[in-house]
Design a protein around this ligand. Structure first.
Ligand SMILES: *[C@@H]1O[C@H](CO)[C@@H](O)[C@H](O)[C@H]1NC(C)=O
Ligand SMILES: *[C@@H]1O[C@H](CO)[C@@H](O)[C@H](O)[C@H]1NC(C)=O
Length: 452
């Protein structure tokens, strides 16, 4: 039971740090007739004053091979470092003959008795009365990031139980912090960026409604909507994290959080697609294939958001959790690729018309604008999907907030750039033309091939 299961669990342990939207809140889970030999519950970064509280109740286990020894079921904590050692150790056990024939061979192979794990309790500590109930709190002796794992070392057994887990770090002045070490500054980070976007919305309203009202198009209103939704999303994220930090549960803010996350995702992709097609400031209508991109991306965003809710609200203990993570990744990648098509089509169209319609300067300006937009969108998607992922993986658990802050900084820069490039402007100022410039532009168009 050692090596292979540990290797399988490794995937869960690694992924759990990458995806979960919140960790460390109080969670109650119902395990029904589960035959997995390991169930990963939560991953949490503990400080010196860290504690784990576990309440298990209504425990029952049945084995196909007669009565199972309760000592072979239990909960333990495992840090990432010990994890590698434990995998190594269990492989040694599997490949070498038992060095101590007197010892119970089950005990020897059972991960609960490995010297690398921190055993919390086995089921032989469960009181005999029924329904069973056990409430235990364990202080953390060594600050680190640990996964809480349940293991069953008896093959072909099923376990049913209620588990309520509570992980927190004590604060010097008494109260508890239910956010993992390295994430406890998230409420402040979200509040800061929410304020930045509220200022941004104000500036955008001023530009659209007062400064450049005549050249404001529908797309600019939609962009304003996107900014507003992004600001509201950050406010919800701040509240959600604040309540989790203080009380361990989000007090319903998670629902609003998911609603705004959904609206934000749809609006962002729609705005990028519409700007990419040049809708409303270059042409008043959408072509059939451009509509198809939107009709394709919006349902995918619905799926991505369902996946994100499942990922955030359950955890690795859920057997389909990995699948949902894969669904989310796949759908996200498809959406990111799909929204590039309209920009590429626009660039192609502009290049073709520039050869025929004799307005070289104007076309060159548009072409440059779209090419810059293409590069900025690619850069933004690359950073928020790949660099942020890498930062999360590399950074120590104490600095997990860095990846969140980096993502928000880059997103704000992207919004600022996109909104600046496509702000309402008077056309003449945009594409000022005199003969000299016209000739220069013609030459430039011929010289430069905007290859993608
Ligand atoms: C455990 O079982 C008892 C009866 O068997 C039931 O009354 C109780 O609600 C159960 N506990 C939980 C947490 O559901
Ligand atoms: C579990 O025990 C702690 C004290 O160790 C206590 O504060 C808490 O109320 C108990 N929980 C339940 C559900 O009995």
């Amino acid at each position: 039971m050692g090596g292979r299961t540990l290797t399988a669990v490794s995937l869960f342990v690694c992924l759990s740090s990458l995806f979960s939207h919140t960790v460390g809140e109080i969670k109650s889970e119902r395990i029904v007739a589960d035959s997995r030999s390991m169930i990963v519950f939560e991953k949490f970064g503990f400080t010196q004053r860290g504690h784990v509280n576990i309440i298990v109740s209504n425990v029952s286990f049945s084995s196909a091979l007669g009565r199972a020894d309760p000592k072979l079921f239990g909960f333990f904590l495992l840090s990432d470092e010990s994890f590698i050692q434990a995998v190594y150790e269990s492989q040694q056990h599997n490949h070498s003959p038992n060095p101590n024939p007197q010892a119970n061979s089950d005990d020897n192979k059972c991960v609960l008795f490995s010297s690398f794990v921190q055993l919390l309790f086995n089921f032989d500590e469960l009181p005999q009365n029924s329904p069973s109930f056990l409430n235990k709190t364990f202080p953390i002796t060594q600050p680190d990031e640990y996964s809480l794992i349940f293991a069953s070392c008896v093959p072909e057994t099923t376990v049913s139980m209620y588990v309520r887990t509570e992980m927190y770090n004590g604060l010097p002045d008494g109260p508890r912090d239910y956010l993992s070490a390295g994430q406890s500054s998230l409420p402040s980070i979200y509040t800061f960026f929410a304020t930045a976007y509220i200022v941004f919305v104000g500036i955008w309203i001023y530009i659209c409604l007062f400064k450049n009202r005549p050249s404001t198009h529908h797309i600019h209103l939609l962009m304003g909507g996107l900014l507003l939704v992004k600001a509201l999303f950050l406010i919800c994220a701040a509240e959600d994290q604040h309540y989790i930090k203080v009380t361990g549960t989000p007090h319903g803010w998670d629902v609003v959080f998911y609603i705004f996350q959904f609206l934000k995702g749809i609006l962002l992709f729609t705005v990028i697609v519409l700007i990419g097609t040049g809708w409303s400031f270059l042409k008043p209508f959408l072509q059939e294939r451009e509509k198809k991109v939107l009709m394709f991306v919006i349902p995918l965003q619905v799926i991505a958001n369902i996946a994100s809710v499942v990922i955030g609200e359950t955890g690795p203990f859920n057997q389909e959790w990995i699948t949902w993570n894969q669904v989310f990744l796949l759908v996200d990648i498809i959406c990111c690729c799909a929204i590039m098509f309209p920009i590429v089509w626009s660039i192609r169209t502009l290049r073709e018309t520039s050869k025929t319609d004799g307005k070289a300067a104007r076309n060159l300006a548009k072409l440059t604008l779209f090419r810059q937009f293409y590069i900025v969108v690619v850069g933004y998607l690359y950073f928020t999907r790949i660099v942020v992922f890498a930062l999360k993986t590399i950074a120590s658990y104490k600095y997990r907030w860095v990846s969140v802050a980096a993502e928000e900084v880059v997103t704000l820069m992207f919004y600022a750039f996109m909104f600046y490039m496509f702000r309402p402007t008077e056309r003449n100022e945009y594409f000022a033309i005199d003969d000299e410039e016209e000739e220069a532009a013609e030459a430039a168009l011929q010289r430069e091939d905007f290859e993608l």
